[in-house]
Design a protein around this ligand. Structure first.
Ligand code: NAD
Length: 421
């Protein structure tokens, strides 16, 4: 894989990661080939009548990477840069992630190439409903269960659930997770990914003997994952010194008031210093290189590359985003003794509580917030411990260790099932 070209393709990153782990695991070549391939890919082009009467044709994707260990699971992203390779990579990371936390799901992902920031609520609803109809044959509680991702939310999940239910003729709550509570959503799901990132980061700080009280934290991305993780850090007594979103960020070495930052995000759809009025302006590039204890990239892929990795000063990185670090950057960070908790472990709280939501839907049961929180914390800590053990035993970085655990589990399930016919 080369980082020479300006654009780094996420599927190249994902493939390179598999190669590194497969070599360590000494995977049979045929099996390696099988798990690198996506099982099923659907590309749809569909029309939506926009508010001004124009018809706009959108392109959407649903990719099921691997369903050996259970039904496909993975979010739906609305973003102008969504393309097939990105969705393939995100689906593959979902497969490894579900296996790392040992929940019975495979990996899938979806997306629509669009700019939701320029669309009205009505346009978003129409696009969501038509996209759901287009991919309806692929999804369902037993085969593939979408969830929120970048620029999708519980309301979008409600529209998907309603459209799918209309097609079936009865309410199918288990077709998506991350739903509103009123429609079979789970307590604790909205917070789950950010909370899981916090738990993972906390375990990471123990490896570097950093006390969370007063630790300096930098968060890139101020949405579901980054915004909530920042709240957990603040509550634990850490100092969140910088946050950002797509428009830029704010920095204050004394620490920011996260509730106020999030209020600003709600009111003005940004966290820039001119609006938050809590510190100095900072670009996303500068933010990643700030002197801090914990860095939490929670936006998009390919943020830490071989170009900026040598300039990273954080002692611990907890990846809220999927694929924020390239393999070249991984090597540089490992050699600089940065403790990196990789995406497929750090942000696995989301898929874990999605699993709880799905189980509750199938059983028509409701769990309490305490039950969810206790189970999530237990799974995150257990998985962290398992990955750390592999990392120590095999003398590899935490990403390679997590991939070895996840890919190893998928490989073993594949061997046990055998090849049909
Ligand atoms: P979101 O839509 O709630 O928030 C995304 C945030 O990133 C927004 O604040 C946005 O302004 C910001 N952003 C967008 N482009 C940016 C850029 N170029 N630079 C800096 N900030 C930028 O999305 P989310 O659900 O929080 O997802 C964020 C990341 O976490 C994604 O990589 C996603 O795949 C991953 N993730 C999400 C979940 C989940 O449960 N939502 C679970 C696991 C992983």
């Amino acid at each position: 894989m080369s980082e020479k070209k300006d654009k780094i393709n996420p599927i190249d990153v994902a493939m390179k990661q598999v190669d590194i782990a497969a070599e360590k695991l000494k995977l049979e070549p045929g099996l390696c080939e099988k798990i690198k391939q996506t099982k099923r890919e659907l590309i749809v082009h569909f029309p939506v009548k926009m508010d001004d009467g124009r018809v706009k044709v959108f392109t959407g994707y649903r990719v099921q990477h691997n369903m050996t260990r259970g039904p496909g699971k993975g979010g739906i992203r609305y973003h102008p840069d969504v393309d097939l390779d990105e969705v393939r990579a995100l689906a593959m990371w979902m497969t490894w992630k579900a296996a790392v936390v040992n929940i019975p799901f495979g990996g899938a992902k979806g997306g629509v190439q669009c700019d939701p920031k320029t669309m009205s609520l009505q346009e978003l609803e129409k696009m969501t409903r038509r996209f759901t109809w287009e991919i309806a044959s692929m999804i369902g509680p037993d085969q593939d269960i979408p969830a929120p991702d970048v620029y999708t939310n519980p309301q979008v999940m409600a529209w998907i659930m309603d459209t799918y239910s209309m097609l079936k003729g009865y309410s199918v709550h288990g077709v998506v997770t991350g739903k509103p509570l009123e429609l079979g959503g789970s307590l604790g799901r909205y917070e789950a990914t950010g909370k899981g990132v916090f738990i993972a980061a906390l375990e990471g700080t123990k490896q570097r003997k950093i006390r969370i009280g007063g630790a300096r934290v930098v968060v890139q991305g101020c949405g579901n994952v980054g915004g909530i993780a920042a709240q957990y850090f603040e509550k634990a007594g850490a100092k969140v010194i910088a946050v950002s979103d797509s428009k830029g960020g704010v920095y204050n070495k004394k620490g920011l008031n996260i509730s106020k930052v999030l209020d600003c995000k709600k009111k003005y759809s940004c966290v820039i210093s001119e609006k938050t009025k809590m510190g100095d302006g900072i670009t996303n590039k500068e933010l990643l290189e700030l002197d801090c204890d914990i860095l939490v990239p929670s936006a998009l892929e390919n943020q830490i590359t071989k170009k900026n990795a040598p300039k990273i000063k954080a002692k611990v990185i907890a990846e809220g985003a999927n694929g924020p670090t390239t393999p070249e950057a991984d090597r540089i960070l490992y050699e600089s003794d940065v403790f990196l908790v990789p995406d497929i472990l750090a942000n696995a709280g989301g898929v874990t509580v999605s699993y709880f939501e799905w189980v509750q839907n199938l059983q028509e049961l409701l769990w309490t917030e305490e039950e969810i929180s206790e189970r999530l914390t237990r799974i995150m800590k257990r998985s962290f411990g398992e990955v750390l053990n592999i990392s120590r035993k095999e003398k590899v970085d935490m990403r390679t260790a997590a991939l070895m655990l996840g890919i190893g589990r998928v490989a073993e399930a594949t061997r046990l099932r055998g090849i049909y016919p």
